[in-house]
Each structure stands twice: as structure tokens, then as C-alpha cells.
Design a protein around this ligand. Structure first.
Ligand code: DX5
Ligand code: ZN
Length: 225
């Protein structure tokens, strides 16, 4: 199994996103993680469709768009049109999650579902076979630079077991508080897409930080997956 690294630009300098993305890509970033926040579902406000459009022009790897917004159905098409290759939505805001997941896929993007730390894995039981990936939040969404919640490690194992029971090889993405110290543990638990914001962009050398995180992640990956 090879682990993908998705640096989150949330912790980058927004006045210099182009060079942040380029540095992460030189370091081996497989995806660029884009955190969209609306000030309602989460307390913070970040960026929207025009920024994704601009990132698409300069990024050479796929854009992984994480929607931390209420009523995501209203914006999914615009984000895919802007260049999102992957779109993840929070189960906490969607009464018709099945419809939303299939709408994302119908637009040609990969559909991910996201679980907040307090949301049980069981909420995915009837949708697990339909999703392209599951994002496990290992902090409460809203801000970069928070501390990893240790329970997330066993949650990744639970999600993997659920997906396996459905016969799904959908990868698990983990997001929040991941760094050089804990990346091996979450990869060993079954995470295959690693989001890292401050560990990459609050480092004086984001290129090297990306490379080192990826090396640590891949060293912990099981060879069979
Ligand atoms: C948090 C965001 C994360 C954030 C991660 O709500 O979803 O993607 O950028 O930042 P770090 O890696 O600093 O926890
Ligand atoms: Zn995120």
C-alpha cells in the first residue's frame, strides 16, 4: 500500500498560495487539501469557489476539497466545475447523504464522507459501500494547528473494518493534528490519505516537511494493501 499525502493550504500564507502549492508538490504531495468553511457549520470562514478555480490553474496534482459548510448540496457542482477532483461532505449536515454522495459521483468527482470526532462510525453503515473515501476528523473541524485526538486511531480501524465488511477498498483519509510523531500510528491503523496543514506549512521548509512526512507514512504502510 502506498500512502498519499495531502498538504492542507489552510496553514499556508494565503497571499502566496501558488508558491505554497509548488513547494508541497516538490516535496511529493499527492493531493492538495482545500478546507472550505462557512462560519456556520464551523466557527471559521475560509475560502470558496474562486480560490479553487485559481488553485486548479497552478496545481499539478488533484484538488481534495473538504466542505465544512451547511447545505453543501447547493455548492457541489460549482466546486467540481472549479476543478475539485475529490469532494467530501460531513454526515452531520446531510439528512439525504445517499443522494449527495451520488450527486458528487454523477458530476465526475470522487465522493468522500466525513465524520466529526463525536460522530459514531455506525452512521456510515448504510452508505459505506457507496463512497469513494471516508475522512476521519482527528480534531474538531474549524482550525488548523489543533492537537490530535487519540481516539481517532481506533476509529480509523473501525472504519476500515466497516469498509472491509462491505467489500469496499475505499481509502480512509485522516485530518487534524497529524505530524511526524503520530503519522506512523494512523497509517498502521489503516489511514491511506494523510492531511497535514501546520506540520507542512508552519515548517520553515514545507517541501522537506512534506517529503519527510511522506517517508514516515510510507515506512509504516503495510506492504500487502
Ligand atoms: C481542520 C481542517 C484541516 C486543517 C488541518 O478543520 O479540516 O484540514 O487544515 O490542519 P492541521 O494539520 O494543522 O491540524
Ligand atoms: Zn480538512
Amino acid at each position: 500500500m502506498s500512502v498519499r499525502i495531502a498538504p492542507s493550504i489552510l496553514s499556508a500564507d494565503f497571499a502566496a498560495l501558488g508558491s505554497a502549492v509548488a513547494a508541497a508538490e516538490r516535496g511529493g504531495a499527492d493531493l492538495i487539501h482545500v478546507d472550505v468553511m462557512d462560519g456556520h457549520f464551523v466557527p471559521n470562514i475560509t475560502i470558496g469557489v474562486p480560490v479553487v478555480q485559481s488553485l486548479r490553474r497552478i496545481a499539478t496534482v488533484p484538488l481534495d476539497v473538504h466542505l465544512m459548510i451547511e447545505e453543501p448540496d447547493r455548492y457541489i457542482e460549482a466546486f467540481v466545475d472549479a476543478g475539485a477532483a475529490m469532494v467530501s461532505v460531513h454526515v452531520e449536515v446531510l439528512p439525504h447523504l445517499h443522494r449527495t454522495v451520488h450527486a458528487i459521483r454523477a458530476l465526475g468527482a470522487k465522493a468522500g464522507v466525513v465524520l466529526n470526532p463525536a460522530t459514531p462510525v455506525g452512521t456510515l453503515a448504510d452508505i459505506a459501500g457507496d463512497v469513494d473515501y471516508v475522512l476521519v476528523m482527528s480534531v474538531n473541524p474549524g482550525f488548523g494547528g489543533q492537537t490530535f485526538i487519540p481516539r481517532s486511531e481506533s476509529k480509523v480501524r473501525e472504519v476500515r473494518a466497516l469498509l472491509d465488511r462491505c467489500g469496499s477498498r475505499a481509502p480512509i483519509e485522516i485530518d487534524g493534528g497529524i505530524d511526524q510523531q503520530n503519522v506512523a500510528r494512523v497509517v498502521a491503523a489503516g489511514a491511506e490519505i494523510i492531511v497535514a496543514g501546520s506540520a507542512v506549512f508552519h515548517n520553515s521548509d514545507p517541501e522537506r516537511a512534506t517529503r519527510e512526512l511522506k517517508a514516515a507514512a510510507n515506512a509504516a504502510a503495510s506492504p500487502v494493501r
